[in-house]
Design a protein around this ligand. Structure first.
Ligand SMILES: Cc1cc2nc3c(=O)[nH]c(=O)nc-3n(C[C@H](O)[C@H](O)[C@H](O)COP(=O)(O)O)c2cc1C
Length: 124
């Protein structure tokens, strides 16, 4: 059994739905799951649990496609820039829409890879 902490941002509820389904399945398998919305997360919440799952939709806020949800962006790239996740097991829940020319698997993951580079996070 692992303790899994999920931090997620969701504007129209899609990521929240996925996170809630995943939480129910993980609990059925005996894992201890806690949830925090990105806008309410403290920087140190990123270190909580054996495993951290980050969930975010992809947005074109400000005109550029492929950005993180603004709340996840603010947490990872503004409030928590000094938090080290070295050695942390991290998983990603990434939502997007293939109608956008920059699909989420390019734009979104690229941004999270930047977070990995800057903080030595191991993405799984
Ligand atoms: C205004 C708006 C902008 C969006 N921009 C992008 C985008 O740039 N790239 C992308 O892949 N998906 C984009 N999407 C699709 C969202 O990522 C998708 O609907 C996602 O499921 C939203 O998740 P959420 O409801 O958890 O916030 C956009 C959706 C909206 C409504």
């Amino acid at each position: 059994m692992s303790s899994i902490h999920i931090i997620y941002a969701s504007t129209s509820g899609h990521t929240e739905y996925v996170v809630n389904v995943l939480t129910a399945v993980l609990r059925q398998h005996g894992h201890a799951v806690t949830l925090t919305r990105a806008e309410a997360a403290k920087p140190e919440n990123l270190q909580k649990g054996d495993v951290l799952l980050l969930g975010s939709g992809t947005w074109n806020t400000g005109g550029t496609e492929g950005q993180l949800n603004p709340h996840m962006h603010a947490l990872l790239f503004e409030r928590a820039t000094n938090v080290s996740l070295q050695g942390k097991r991290v998983g990603l829940i990434s939502l997007g829409d293939e109608r956008y020319s920059l699909s989420h698997d390019i734009g979104h993951i690229r941004m999270l890879e930047e977070a990995e580079d800057s903080r030595n996070v191991f993405l799984e």
